[in-house]
Ligand binder design. Structure first.
Ligand SMILES: NC(=O)c1ccc[n+]([C@@H]2O[C@H](COP(=O)([O-])OP(=O)(O)OC[C@H]3O[C@@H](n4cnc5c(N)ncnc54)[C@H](O)[C@@H]3O)[C@@H](O)[C@H]2O)c1
Length: 418
């Protein structure tokens, strides 16, 4: 019988990971508390944009893959991998309630010799200060009876350039033996492992990666405002600067940063630093710039509209937080849509990944991009650059376009770029 891996939380991280472990020859059980996810798997329907229904059916019909809401099934697993959400409480503090509740659910079923690995993004110290004490309640001795590791998830949903297995995997353990156990499970699934000395290093690695993105993208948003004011095309500036063979890394402006990771993880670090009486001015400023971006975008839209248009109708292109995913968590398209509604303007959206959405108590259904439909809107505001939208078609049939993602190539009098 193959070694069994249990994956707890079958979302954007857990399901692809479960699928990779399955492909690597393990028996896999996926556990999720959300009955809708279990029902979708029962029906062979994908709830993630990176999986087709066919791929889900293939996975769920395998004898080596099962899924359930019942934690009892971890009893026969050699490794248990936690992929539960780590959101914010009150928009600013770490919310570890999902991690705590999943860990509590494991306790009655843990067995000697098992490995528990946390993959959720979180502040440095979580594994040793939160997970270890919780798991010690099992009575098992950590490093002798039960092994604990931390391996940050680096998946980039929607990115077709790297498969999950190709992304180097940072791995760590609470003790040397814990790290060895983690390596032994992960090395069969990933092409390259990057073992580090402690869970804190692995936790900080992930947060550093995402904080660097928050700070640099926010900086580019500031630069785009400066360039706009000075009449300079920021996109040409970045293209030219990126020809420097060293010392410049390209980051791009946009409508603001969304998703479950980049706007969230730096605040986990900020909270931890604040606990140690340290300030994090870069994170604070980056957050402030990012939070102000939706208002800036709406003000640019307002300036672009002719003064004669009294109650403009706006079509948003893209609601999800980034291209080619069906995830609207923390998406800036939502506050932008809310601000447009607050101005009394009319708004619709088109997003191939989002059939409908509730915003400000109103149910919106995505519209199609037929020429006569496009012609009805006073402006089209591009917020997410999904791959399979025909941008030339938008140029041809729209009265005015505000493009926050530089996805329209060429210069047109009715197209305004950020
Ligand atoms: N989405 C990404 O691109 C991404 C990338 C890297 C890291 N991460 C991190 O990975 C973690 C998971 O993120 P995600 O995007 O997969 O979230 P998600 O919401 O898509 O998936 C989490 C799943 O966990 C389930 N769950 C919640 N509580 C549970 C419990 N007690 N027991 C079992 N299942 C439970 C939820 O029902 C959900 O299906 C987060 O820490 C996130 O920051 C996410």
């Amino acid at each position: 019988m193959a070694t069994k891996v249990a994956v707890i939380g079958l979302g954007y991280v857990g399901l692809p990971l479960a699928s990779l472990f399955h492909k690597s020859g393990y028996d896999v059980v996926g556990i999720d508390v959300d009955p809708r996810k279990i029902k979708s798997l029962d029906k062979g329907e994908s709830y993630l944009s990176d999986f087709t229904d066919k791929e889900i059916k293939k996975l769920t019909s395998s004898k080596r893959f099962s899924y359930t809401t019942d934690f009892q099934s971890i009893q026969t697993a050699s490794a248990i991998i936690l992929c539960v959400p780590t959101p914010l409480k009150d928009h600013q503090y770490p919310d570890l309630s999902y991690l705590e509740s999943a860990t509590h659910a494991l306790l009655p079923f843990l067995k000697k010799g098992q490995l528990v690995v946390l993959e959720s993004s979180t502040f440095p110290g979580t594994t040793e200060e939160v997970l270890v004490p919780l798991l010690q309640k099992s009575g098992l001795i950590i490093g002798e009876d039960l092994y604990i590791g931390y391996s940050p998830e680096r998946i980039d949903p929607g990115n077709k350039d790297f498969t999950l297995a190709e992304i180097p995997k940072v791995v760590s353990g609470v003790t040397d033996r814990c790290r060895e156990k983690t390596v032994s499970i992960y090395e069969k699934a990933f092409h390259k492992l990057v073992p580090v000395d402690s869970p804190r290093i692995a936790e900080m690695t992930k947060i550093l990666e995402n904080t660097q993105r928050l700070v640099n993208i926010s900086f580019m948003n500031e630069m785009s405002q400066v360039c706009h004011q000075l009449g300079i095309d920021i996109w040409q500036v970045i293209t030219a600067a990126s020809t420097k063979p060293y010392g410049f890394t390209s980051y791009f402006p946009g409508p603001g940063i969304g998703g479950h990771c980049i706007p969230v993880d730096p605040l986990y670090l900020k909270w931890k630093a604040n606990q140690e009486n340290l300030d994090t001015p870069f994170i604070d400023l980056a957050k402030q710039v990012n939070d102000a971006q939706p208002s800036y975008i709406v003000s640019r839209l307002e300036k672009a509209l002719s003064k004669e248009v009294k109650n403009p109708s706006i079509l948003l292109i893209g609601l999800t937080y980034k291209k080619d995913v069906n995830d609207v968590r923390e998406s800036v398209s939502i506050p932008i849509m809310e601000q447009i509604i607050d101005r009394g303007w009319s708004v619709d959206y088109h997003d191939p990944f989002m059939e409908d959405i509730l915003v400000k108590d109103k149910q919106f259904k995505g519209v199609q991009l037929e020429p006569d439909i496009l012609a009805n809107y006073d402006a089209v505001l591009i917020l997410t650059d999904h791959s399979h939208i025909d941008y030339n078609h938008l140029v041809e049939h729209s009265k005015l376009i505000v493009d926050t993602r530089n996805c329209i190539k060429g210069h047109y009098p009715h197209v305004i770029r950020l």
